[in-house]
Design a binder for this molecule. Structure first.
Ligand SMILES: Cc1cc2nc3c(=O)[nH]c(=O)nc-3n(C[C@H](O)[C@H](O)[C@H](O)COP(=O)(O)OP(=O)(O)OC[C@H]3O[C@@H](n4cnc5c(N)ncnc54)[C@H](O)[C@@H]3O)c2cc1C
Ligand SMILES: NC(=O)c1ccc[n+]([C@@H]2O[C@H](COP(=O)([O-])OP(=O)(O)OC[C@H]3O[C@@H](n4cnc5c(N)ncnc54)[C@H](OP(=O)(O)O)[C@@H]3O)[C@@H](O)[C@H]2O)c1
Length: 469
């Protein structure tokens, strides 16, 4: 439905979106669906390239999933769309700037920090956030110079969600599988030289509570170069989980348990590497052998109990074990961070909002013209598609507000005024046309070596291929 946009000088509605990941694009899509050519959408990203975690999070061997960018490209081809890459909110532009130029501002900047374990030894060399490893193998400019010691025999991954599964799988891909992926060149080289033989995943709760999804777990059982191993007793269900499952009959959990049970029944010394999936076990300390580098971990076995809210939780028993390892990835969840001027709940790592309308947490007053969507709205959970529903909710609020005239009244809306401002703050900005040229070059470079793409992994190299350095 087209509505009358109540803007005194009859200019189209101008909207800024901070973040060019899935949430940014689904928000833009909803805006174009509602307002057609009467909306101007400017999408800002601190990185030179669009698509957020679809480019820098989704695993390099999951190329099919990345094809969602075709949809985002169609959105970006709308005449009312502009991309300003390499422009960071809080560094190059701030709230004051945006208020002068836009009727509405949508914060969709994701969650790129990582939660910590809070155990002794966590800061030793060789103990990394999975975020860093994921960014590194995907060629994220912030992580391309990270170094990981892949000369070790055993890697421990703490956590048992889909990111942990990605990390374990990538560490075990064969040369064939790696060459078919769009992994960064330097990561390809390092992984081809890797001496890693064993990857251990640590789930603090039982198999019924494992955070991974079934297709991703199943994939671990079908790797060319690695077996999967689960200890029989750890695959068994505790009494409380059994009771809950009997009551709920949840088919996804039943299937998950079948997959894990099948892993427990397999022979596992058949391939060059092994992934060991552990349950009811937590790290309590990382230690070293005199040097600053992690050499092992003390673990504690857990048991399941029912928490106050009725959910099943893990608590430590007095059974301990040790594991030798020189490389640890902490994969216990991403974490959002605040940007200047926007109310933030630091405990949850999300922007304060109601259904996507940003609000002052003390007064509960809505901040006119300010919205949020995606991981920075609801926290770092959910697949790419989840951000669509999430963005629809936020944009429905925006539409309702615009219809009733509740929006910002910018004093300086002209398209060229914004461009002038952005270029003055960041001369090295990237447009969507720049991205398309980079994309073409990456694919052509891949083509010449029989790979899907060879990624450019620094802003400097991207400027260079565009002839701007
Ligand atoms: C390792 C990993 C693998 C995943 N794999 C899959 C998968 O295979 N399939 C699936 O369906 N889902 C997957 N997901 C989940 C999916 O990636 C997320 O649901 C989705 O990307 C969240 O979208 P978003 O737009 O909220 O955040 P993001 O994708 O993180 O996008 C946010 C964007 O905002 C930008 N930004 C940040 N700060 C600023 C700033 N100050 N100024 C300007 N821009 C800024 C960032 O550079 C980024 O481009 C994966 C997630 C991770 C972490
Ligand atoms: N292929 C895909 O579709 C794909 C790939 C990657 C990511 N994603 C999505 O992206 C989102 C983020 O994934 P994620 O793996 O980062 O997060 P996640 O799904 O929330 O998993 C986090 C894991 O860390 C554990 N954990 C948390 N704190 C811990 C602690 N202190 N000690 C030990 N373990 C701890 C959690 O256990 P508890 O459950 O006990 O808290 C859980 O196993 C998810 O929604 C995921 O599905 C999807």
């Amino acid at each position: 439905m087209n509505i009358l946009i109540r803007d005194e000088d009859n200019h189209p509605l101008h909207v800024a979106i901070i973040g060019a990941g899935p949430a940014g694009f689904y928000s833009a899509d909803q805006l174009f669906k509602e307002f057609g050519d009467r909306v101007q959408v400017d999408m800002y990203d601190r990185l030179p390239t669009p698509f957020g975690l679809v480019r820098y999070g989704v695993a390099p061997d999951h190329l099919k999933i990345k094809s969602v960018t075709k949809l985002y490209e169609r959105i970006a081809n709308k005449p009312g769309y502009r991309f300003w890459g390499n422009v960071e909110f809080g560094k190059h532009i701030d709230l004051g700037d945006l208020r002068k130029h836009y009727n509405c501002i949508i914060f969709a900047y994701g969650a790129n920090g990582s939660r910590r374990l809070g155990i002794p030894g966590e800061n030793l060399q060789g103990s990394h956030a999975a975020t860093d490893f994921v960014g590194w193998y995907n060629g994220h400019p912030d992580y391309s110079t990270c170094v990981f010691d892949l000369s070790v025999n055993t890697v421990v991954v703490v956590g048992i969600g889909n990111v942990a599964v990605d990390v374990a799988r990538v560490l075990c891909l064969t040369e064939d599988e790696l060459l078919q992926s769009d992994i960064a060149d330097y990561a390809l080289d390092a992984l081809l030289k890797s001496k890693v033989k064993e990857v251990v995943l640590l789930g603090r709760r039982g198999p019924a509570q494992a955070a991974f999804t079934n297709p991703e777990a199943k994939e671990l059982g079908n790797l060319q170069g690695a077996d999967i191993h689960v200890i029989d007793q750890e695959a068994e269900l505790d009494m409380l989980s059994r009771k809950d499952l009997d009551l709920s009959g949840d088919k996804t959990t039943v299937r998950k348990l079948e997959i894990i049970q099948n892993f427990a029944e397999r022979k596992y010394n058949t391939k060059a590497k092994v992934i060991r999936m552990r349950f009811l076990i937590s790290p309590i300390e990382m230690y070293n052998n005199g040097a600053d580098k992690v050499s092992g971990m003390r673990l504690v076995k857990n048991e399941i109990y029912r928490g106050e809210q009725g959910s099943l939780k893990a608590r430590p028993t007095d059974v301990h074990e040790d594991i030798e390892t020189g490389l640890v990835f902490r994969s216990v969840g991403y974490l959002g961070s605040a940007v200047p001027g926007i109310p933030f709940d630091s405990q949850a790592g999300i922007i304060c909002h109601s259904q996507g309308r940003i609000l002052d947490p003390k007064t509960q007053e809505i901040l006119i013209g300010m919205y949020t969507s995606g991981w920075i709205k609801r926290g770092p959970t959910g697949v790419i598609g989840t951000n669509k529903e999430d963005s629809i909710e936020s944009i429905n609020c925006l539409i309702e507000d615009v219809k009733s005239g509740k929006m910002l009244s910018p004093t300086n809306k002209g398209l060229s005024n914004v461009e002038e401002l952005v270029r003055s703050r960041q001369p090295d900005l990237f447009t969507f046309d720049d991205w398309k040229r980079i994309d073409d070059m990456e694919i052509a470079n891949g083509d010449s070596v029989g790979r899907p793409r060879v990624k450019l992994t620094s802003t400097a190299s991207m400027l260079k291929v565009l002839g701007r350095s």
